[in-house]
Design a protein around this ligand. Structure first.
Ligand SMILES: [Zn+2]
Length: 103
């Protein structure tokens, strides 16, 4: 599923995840809009303790989307700040980032 962000129909502020009221103008009307490709801004590795369930390091990144908002995404491999990624939602509504083909 492609990631969508939410754009305030009054002032154009984009958000992810959605909120009830726009923090900028207080409106409550939103239009879903494709997030588009993103740029990695920061990466973090979450290290799981040995023996913990689902052991293995998780790579997380703050990604600036083309639509505007910064989202936190899971990476399937280590990426560097500045890398271009495509964003998707998995079945658990987690944001996943994949290296952008041809970037
Ligand atoms: Zn607004």
């Amino acid at each position: 599923m492609e990631l969508t962000v939410f754009r305030c129909t009054q002032c154009g502020t984009t958000l992810f995840p959605a909120r009830y009221l726009c923090p900028h103008c207080g409106a409550d009307q939103w239009a879903a809009t494709p997030a588009g490709p993103g740029t990695v801004e920061e990466t973090t590795v979450v290290r799981h303790r040995v023996g913990a369930q689902g052991a293995g390091d998780a790579h997380l990144a703050s990604v600036r989307t083309a639509a505007g908002p910064v989202v936190v995404a899971r990476l399937d491999q280590a990426l560097q700040p500045g890398d271009i990624v495509t964003l998707a939602l998995d079945d658990a509504m987690r944001v996943l980032a994949h290296p952008h083909a041809g970037a």
